[in-house]
Design a protein around this ligand. Structure first.
Ligand code: MRU
Length: 347
């Protein structure tokens, strides 16, 4: 495989390494991924996370297996299991649909090239999203952000966080309100880590306090990412996004979703058909650090833990993509359906 390096992903020859995002910000541990099973474990356990990076890591894992001389049957099986590793983010399915099919013999070189292209395209898409989105940011804006959408979640500078980075580089005086993002704290652990590296001013806040800062007039815009966008503009993203969108609507704060077009699901006409991943109850009951688990609820309490929620299109001010910014009105008139033609299988 061609050599590539991102903030949390490295590939060189037949080796793949991933930065363990569970251990951040305390430790920066790089873990190898030698097999498809390793990669599935990394994706399920959120060592590797973020819709674009999940796709990049999984496709490289398939390329690694092909280079190791796997048969077509093994590759087809690997593709199937990788696709099931995290069901909500659609980038993986979009990236994999044309790789390894029943009809033709797999070509390791073709899969490795596709993996490298996916990486490079993602870097370029992040740049274009940043450019398109930064134009929406004004001098003095307070910006609220949910989850982590930065370099850790993509091959490039990120999506919503890439916009924030670019606006800061353009000299815009901004302040980021970082939702901590319960239950796994991607905001508190990962977004804060990235913003500190970038030197962007921020305040970490608990998820449930955003209304207070909007009422005080300290937040002018919200930028979030997406795991899957339906053709009618409904958005699946990290749990808590829907709540935030409702609060934004109440206070008249524009709510922007940033994503590459590879996050569009060409087969989902509305959010209702997007599968929402339900995760382990243990994530909500307490905290498992390197030592003994700390419970803040009773040990067997009943839990419901959807990892994502669906924000209806009516709450989305605009979707910022690598190919343009689409307002609610444009989305209603079918522009996402048109765009999705580019990611439909060609065979
Ligand atoms: O469960 P996670 O951490 O993978 O969830 C990630 C998100 O919800 C992100 O907002 C989304 O994947 C976009 S990342 C550019």
């Amino acid at each position: 495989m061609e050599e590539r390096t991102a903030m949390s992903f490295r590939v060189s020859g037949n080796e793949i390494w991933v930065l363990d995002q569970r251990a951040l910000p305390q430790e920066e541990n790089w873990l190898p991924s030698k097999t498809v099973n390793d990669m599935i474990g990394h994706i399920k356990n959120l060592v590797v996370r973020g819709a674009p990076l999940i796709a990049i890591a999984a496709v490289h894992s398939l390329a690694q297996l092909a280079e190791q001389g796997a048969s077509k049957e093994d590759l087809l099986l690997a593709k199937k299991v990788l696709l099931l590793s995290r069901p909500t983010a659609v980038n993986l399915a979009n990236a994999m649909h044309s790789l390894v099919s029943n009809g033709t013999e797999p070509d390791p070189e073709h899969i490795a090239k596709a993996a490298a292209k996916l990486f490079d395209d993602d870097v370029a898409m992040c740049e274009r999203i940043a450019e398109n989105g930064a134009a929406l940011v004004c001098q003095g804006d307070g910006i609220i952000h949910h989850c982590n959408t930065g370099g850790l979640a993509t091959a490039g500078i990120g999506t919503a966080l890439g916009i924030i980075k670019r606006a800061h580089e353009q000299g815009k005086r901004i302040h980021v309100f970082v939702d901590e993002t319960r239950p796994l704290l991607q905001g508190a652990r990962l977004t804060v880590w990235e913003l500190e590296k970038l030197g962007v001013p921020y305040s970490l806040i608990i998820d449930s306090i955003s209304a207070v800062y909007m009422e005080r007039g300290e937040i002018q815009k919200a930028f979030v990412g997406a795991d899957r966008i339906a053709l009618n503009g409904d958005v699946a993203n990290k749990a808590g996004t829907f709540n935030l969108a409702i609060v934004c609507r109440h206070f008249g704060v524009p709510f922007y979703v940033a994503a590459p077009i590879t996050t569009l699901d060409p087969y989902a006409y509305a959010g209702a058909s997007i599968p929402i991943e339900e995760r382990d109850a243990e994530e909500v009951r307490g905290y498992q650090g390197p030592g003994e688990k700390i419970f803040w609820s009773s040990k067997n309490c009943c839990v419901r833990n959807p990892a994502f929620d669906l924000t209806p299109n009516a709450l989305v001010t605009a979707i910022v993509t690598d190919v343009g910014v689409y307002s609610g009105r444009e989305i209603k008139s079918g522009c996402l359906e048109e765009l999705s033609q580019d990611i439909l299988p060609t065979c």
